[in-house]
Write a protein of this length. Structure first.
Lengths: 206, 137
């Protein structure tokens, strides 16, 4: 009788140890290499360059080798942004001290959200600059990056509260800037998943 | 002897444990306010009423709320912008309007924010809310 319980327990214990494998999201293409073998080219974040709250340029280079959580917001957003920031703070509190981790919040209202405004906003939110960057730049470049790079929606909409319609998604990138997950940043339970997945991704090799 | 003690008990019950009408009203408003707060206010001002950093001011133990009773209804209904000081700290983030709220709902939110999280304040009636709203238009 006892042997049966033990036999049942082993697969349970084994399955608990395996980490869930996060898929790589987005379009992909199969390419043929020089030696004739085929390889899969996964979607990754394209080149970009925006100013952060310290007036420093942040580009794709800054993301290399780091796990990134990105979102799109604007400082005067009345609806979903406050709760997104509260949730992002949870992530920041847990992982913000690591040097292989970065949070990037892109403003989709760069006209209002200048470097100075973002600096004030970050200070009021209570986050030091290092691992949480607030970016501003050309509106169309930012919206383009959101839609084509991060595969989330973000556009001007005069009927939406605040004037912009945007996804409340938190996008998880691995150390090769590939999208590994989308999480609803307005829901604490989804952010719980993100935190769990983040731990797995941080352990992955680049 | 038993009848007398029974009568005594009934006497005590009537006069000691019941809430007054106003207290019952207040409790009704507070519980409606709690739901409205969670739906419309908590995302900025927090489930605990402590706000967010120096971005969104606290509601709990806020001196601004105590000192601006007549403007509360207007602020909740029409929003507020410009710098203000709450408990000695400056805030300057625009608060959006909630124009769809009924007067009773506004009064209930006010009762909740003043009586929730361990605080206690006098009952804030719908009449007070209406009076406030008349003056902000």
């Amino acid at each position: 009788m006892k042997l049966i319980w033990l036999a049942l327990l082993i697969p349970v214990l084994l399955s608990c140890q395996s980490k869930p494998d996060l898929p790589i999201m987005g379009p992909r293409e199969v390419i043929t290499l020089e030696d004739g073998t085929k390889d899969t080219l996964y979607h990754s974040i394209p080149e970009f360059s925006f100013l952060d709250q310290d007036s420093q340029y942040v580009s794709l280079d800054n993301l290399k080798g780091k796990v990134v959580v990105a979102d799109f917001f604007f400082t005067t957003c009345p609806s979903i942004c406050p709760i997104m920031k509260t949730q992002m703070l949870r992530i920041f509190e847990e992982f913000g001290g690591r040097d292989d981790f970065l949070i990037i919040s892109h403003s989709i209202d760069p006209e209002h959200d200048t470097v100075a405004v973002l600096r004030d906003y970050a200070a009021r939110l209570g986050v030091p600059s290092d691992n949480w960057r607030f970016l501003t730049g050309d509106l169309f470049d930012i919206l383009d990056l959101a839609q084509k790079g991060y595969l989330v929606s973000a556009k001007e909409d005069s009927t939406a509260p605040g004037g912009f319609i945007h996804s409340g998604a938190f996008i998880l990138l691995d150390k090769d800037q590939r999208i590994r997950g989308f999480y609803d940043g307005t829901k604490a339970t989804q952010v719980d998943f993100l935190i769990k997945d983040l731990k797995g991704i941080l352990n992955e090799e680049s | 002897m038993k009848k007398a003690s029974l009568a005594f008990l009934v006497f005590i019950t009537f006069f000691s444990s019941c809430d007054s009408e106003e207290q019952i009203e207040k409790k009704k408003y507070i519980s409606m306010g709690m739901q409205l707060y969670a739906a419309k206010c908590a995302q900025c001002h927090g489930d605990d009423g402590n706000g967010l950093g120096t971005l969104y001011p606290p509601i709990k133990d806020s001196d601004y709320i105590k000192n601006n009773q007549d403007s509360l209804a207007c602020i909740i209904k029409y929003g507020l912008s410009g710098a203000l000081i709450v408990n000695g700290i400056e805030y300057n983030q625009p608060m959006p309007a909630n124009p769809d709220l009924y007067d009773e709902e506004i009064a209930s939110i006010i009762n909740y924010i003043q009586n929730g999280w361990g605080q206690e304040a006098d009952f804030f009636s719908v009449e007070q809310a209406r009076k406030g709203l008349d003056n902000c238009r």
